[in-house]
Design a protein. Structure first.
Length: 335
């Protein structure tokens, strides 16, 4: 039953309630601290609880410009595996414009005007804390990332379509134009949410699963926005890669397998519940190497979707030096 739960994870109004919770800077070379990310009661700045309009408060953020050292990469192009040049601030809020009171954490880069918004969703029976590492990393590259705690993602209340609608509603509340992204069933909800919203500009899937009992291919086939799907090795925990067909059904899509990646590698950080049942076997690459590949590919995907960045194309397309190098070394496979 636990394996099943892990595998089968699948006109808005403004209703925001935002609380400032200070700042955080992510050093991607160190283990992520997830101690209190999800505790929305003790991370709020009670000295400024009345200010619900300024989610861009970065006055106390630290300088992380030295995290962008890529001198050992052997390339003058952007190394998206490294932390980006921006320091970040965090805040929390609740969006009431969807099917529920949706709590979320917001990661905002300092000094970026109108940063591209990403709504980043966790998988079935997982939590927003399992996406915190990705959110922090993406924010250092200039994205504003909202990580919701999905309301319909547990054994008593499972509704991937409602989760997708809630993601799109949150995007509308935070400014509209957004990339929807998610791991496992969160990836499925991202596709469904994008299909029902004209504000979504792209989709990123992290080992998405096609859960539930509905035929979700019609959502994917109706998409007109770019879709980038990353997949791990087939296993019971990702429903034997049944989400890959969703990526490939989308008309404008790129699908890449990360060699030896298991379902847990697409969380950051993961935890013992996932690794107890879904940890894969590695003979070529370490978990750290696999996560570095995922970091680079996901960040490049977001850059490509939002700006058509030429360095991002280098990671995602045949003929790009990073893509071809990773293919040659066996780190990735085109699907």
């Amino acid at each position: 039953m636990i394996l099943w739960m892990l595998a089968c994870e699948p006109s808005f109004k403004n209703g925001l309630d935002i609380q400032d919770s200070g700042s955080i800077v992510q050093d991607n070379n160190e283990e992520t601290d997830t101690g209190n990310t999800q505790d929305t009661t003790d991370t709020q700045d009670t000295g400024d609880t009345q200010d619900t309009t300024d989610t861009q408060d970065t006055s106390d953020t630290q300088d992380t410009s030295d995290t962008q050292d890529t001198s050992d990469s052997g390339s003058t192009q952007s190394d998206f595996r490294m932390s980006g040049p921006y320091s970040i601030s965090t805040s929390t809020g609740t969006d009431n414009s969807g099917s529920c009171a949706l709590p979320y954490s917001l990661y905002t880069p300092a000094g970026v005007n109108n940063p591209q918004l990403i709504i980043l969703a966790h998988g079935f029976m997982r939590t927003a804390s399992n996406m915190m590492g990705w959110a922090e990393h993406f924010a250092t590259w200039g994205f504003q990332v909202a990580v919701p705690s999905l309301c319909h993602s547990n054994i008593l209340d499972t509704n991937h379509a409602e989760n997708g609608s809630d993601m799109a509603a949150l995007a509308a509340s935070l400014g509209g134009s957004a990339i929807l992204a998610g791991q496992s069933a969160g990836g499925l909800s991202s596709i469904i949410g994008a299909a029902g919203s004209s504000d979504v500009i792209g989709v990123l899937g992290l080992d998405a699963t096609d859960g539930g009992f509905n035929d979700n291919s019609s959502y994917a086939s109706s998409l007109t926005v770019p879709v980038v799907g990353l997949a791990g090795e087939p296993s019971s925990c990702n429903s034997n890669n049944n989400g890959v067909s969703l990526y490939q059904t989308a008309p404008n899509s790129i699908t890449i397998r990360v060699t030896e990646a298991d379902h847990c590698d697409f969380e950051s950080p993961t935890d013992g519940l996932c690794t107890s049942f879904c940890d894969g076997t590695n003979s070529q690459f370490s978990n750290a190497e696999i996560q570095q590949s995922i970091l680079g590919l996901t960040t490049a995907a977001l850059m490509w979707i939002s700006t058509q960045n030429s360095d991002a194309t280098d990671w995602l397309m045949p003929g790009g030096s990073m893509y071809d190098s990773m293919i040659a070394s066996g780190q990735i496979q085109g699907l």
